[in-house]
Design a protein around this ligand. Structure first.
Ligand SMILES: Cc1cc2nc3c(=O)[nH]c(=O)nc-3n(C[C@H](O)[C@H](O)[C@H](O)COP(=O)(O)OP(=O)(O)OC[C@H]3O[C@@H](n4cnc5c(N)ncnc54)[C@H](O)[C@@H]3O)c2cc1C
Length: 498
């Protein structure tokens, strides 16, 4: 495969007058930089939004020294930064917001392994790991309520109560208005417990990063991969931020459905979303249900059914994300999607892998004091637990980037493709499935009337057949006949329907 084609793409000048003018001079000089897909001299974060590269993490708002960036929710329920006074950027700023933007800067120095060759492929998929366990919180209530094993909530409660942290940045439901969420620094057991559960859309967690700078307190954070990379970039600018965070818990992120997936689900159930009292994504026994409650309605569907909405509602930037396993976190946590565990049909199991050995004693103390039940596992088990999303986010990365650039004419982030000299083990079906996924996203995600018409006029079984076919193609490992797997329907669509 030729990576060269992508590497030669010159930097694109930012759209807009002030931005274009300010960026213009230096951009010409830097256009020849081989691995740069976007203009390194973008003036401010609005150029990132215009080019559809914003991950909605919100770190730009926290980084801005002039406090001129605000996060505004658009008609698709996405939180995008808006610059209130651009003159401050023109006159007084060094584009700090763009410098900490993980949507643009896939900075190779954030990753440790270079270059990645076939022999280190598993390690590359999982990224650098020192210890891996599978297990759950020993508190039965936390485990039952938690997304998978309640491991994150159990660990955080333990660290707080044993005085090893003073607070944690996390996101919980807003009890007054379930259309919104509370991003807070929790300092009590109740606040941590109230934030349980995955919300399958990007949250502007980064907007609160600056509040974690402290001379006296020690914090933990729970973040998606995009948040985590922004945090790492921001820590380089604010060393005291790095010092006050003692534990960075990263969530594995295979797919981000976006809040509009829940809006579509509510519409299908004829629920007025504004009247809802509570939204849950993984309620009940593992793997859990999406559940929406109002005064007079209480509807739920298994998470797998809900996830078929992903290609229709996810964001463009998520479709070219390369960070499945939260590669810059101290520890990464996800569902232990292992057939031997899902077959048990008991309460959930989480997988946890340590990247930063300095935090291993925190996990070991939680095991020793009985807060967590964890069994040792190896890297192969960790990678196997995410087998199918790997073929989407890792194997097909170059296919996706090329498709985005050549067919969709999109701007790409600065991904250093020279890290992958051996290429990736893909096959015809995997590549086709990934392209169809992106085409589906492109056609439907921002076209609400078309998407709603599709849900209204195409039989539900037809929509599910389409998505199942796409996911099966993506998941195809090249072994055996794809057509027989597709026709016999024995292969799980996603990891989780094993
Ligand atoms: C968008 C998204 C995609 C995911 N994709 C995968 C996947 O493909 N494969 C996989 O194995 N696991 C995935 N996960 C992780 C998985 O859903 C569980 O979060 C994980 O297994 C931990 O479960 P737990 O029971 O230990 O955590 P819990 O005890 O339930 O705690 C979950 C924690 O996550 C935090 N949180 C929830 N939503 C968000 C959010 N949007 N942004 C930041 N923090 C949040 C909460 O504040 C809470 O502290 C994803 C999570 C999210 C949010």
């Amino acid at each position: 495969m030729s990576l060269q084609v992508l590497q030669e793409i010159p930097a694109r000048p930012a759209a807009g007058t002030a931005k274009g003018a300010a960026a213009g001079s230096a951009a010409g000089a830097r256009a020849a930089e081989p691995l740069c897909h976007v203009n390194p001299d973008w003036l401010n974060i609005e150029s990132v939004v215009e080019n559809d590269l914003c991950t909605q993490c919100g770190a730009c708002a926290a980084m801005c020294p002039h406090k001129t960036i605000e996060l505004v929710r658009d008609e698709h329920y996405r939180y995008f930064p808006q610059v209130r006074d651009e003159s401050l950027c023109v006159e007084r700023c060094k584009s700090l917001c763009v410098q900490v933007c993980a949507g643009v800067q896939e900075d190779p120095s954030l990753w440790e392994q270079n270059p990645i060759v076939a022999e280190t492929y598993d390690e590359y998929c999982g990224s650098a790991i020192t210890d891996t366990w599978i297990g759950y919180s020993t508190d039965p209530q936390i485990r039952a309520r938690g997304t998978s094993g309640g491991l994150i909530t159990g660990l955080l409660v333990y660290l707080l109560e044993s005085g090893q942290i003073d607070g944690v940045l996390l996101v919980g439901a807003n009890k007054q208005d379930p259309m919104h969420h509370d991003i807070s620094i929790a300092r009590t057991r109740e606040e941590i417990e109230d934030s349980w559960g995955s919300k399958y859309y990007p949250m502007p967690m980064g907007a609160r990063f600056r509040e974690l700078v402290s001379a006296t307190e020690r914090f933990a954070v729970v973040l998606l991969g995009c948040h985590m990379r922004s945090l790492r970039l921001m820590e380089r600018k604010l060393p005291r931020l790095e010092m006050s965070i003692v534990l960075r818990i990263g969530l594995i992120c295979g797919y981000c459905a976006g809040f509009k997936a829940i809006a579509d689900q509510a519409r299908d159930w004829e629920i007025e979303l504004e009247k809802n009292k509570r939204i849950d994504y993984r309620e009940g026994k593992w793997p859990g249900n999406v559940r929406i409650q109002t005064e007079d309605q209480d509807r739920r569907t298994l998470i797998y059914n809900f996830l078929t909405r992903i290609p229709f509602t996810t964001n463009y930037r998520c479709t070219i994300c390369s960070d499945l396993m939260n590669e810059t976190a101290d520890v990464v946590v996800g569902d232990a999607w292992l057939k031997e565990l899902t077959d048990r049909k008991d309460e959930g199991w989480s997988v946890i892998a340590v990247r930063n050995p300095a935090v291993t004693p925190l996990i070991e103390s939680a095991i020793r004091d009985g807060a967590l039940y964890l069994e040792r596992a190896d890297t192969e088990t960790f990678v196997r637990s995410q087998e199918k999303p790997m073929r989407y986010k890792k194997h097909a990365l170059v296919t996706r980037l090329k498709f985005a650039r050549r067919v969709m004419g999109r701007t790409l982030p600065n991904i250093d493709l020279s890290r992958f000299p051996d290429g990736f083990p893909t096959n015809f079906w995997n590549r086709l499935g990934n392209r169809l996924f992106m085409l589906t996203q492109w056609t439907f995600a921002l076209n609400d009337p078309l998407r709603r018409a599709m849900y209204r006029f195409v039989p539900r079984k037809g929509v599910q057949w389409w998505v199942r076919s796409i996911f099966l193609m993506i998941a195809h490992d090249g072994k055996g006949s794809f057509l027989s797997k597709w026709l016999l329907k024995k292969e799980p669509m996603l990891n989780c329907d094993a």
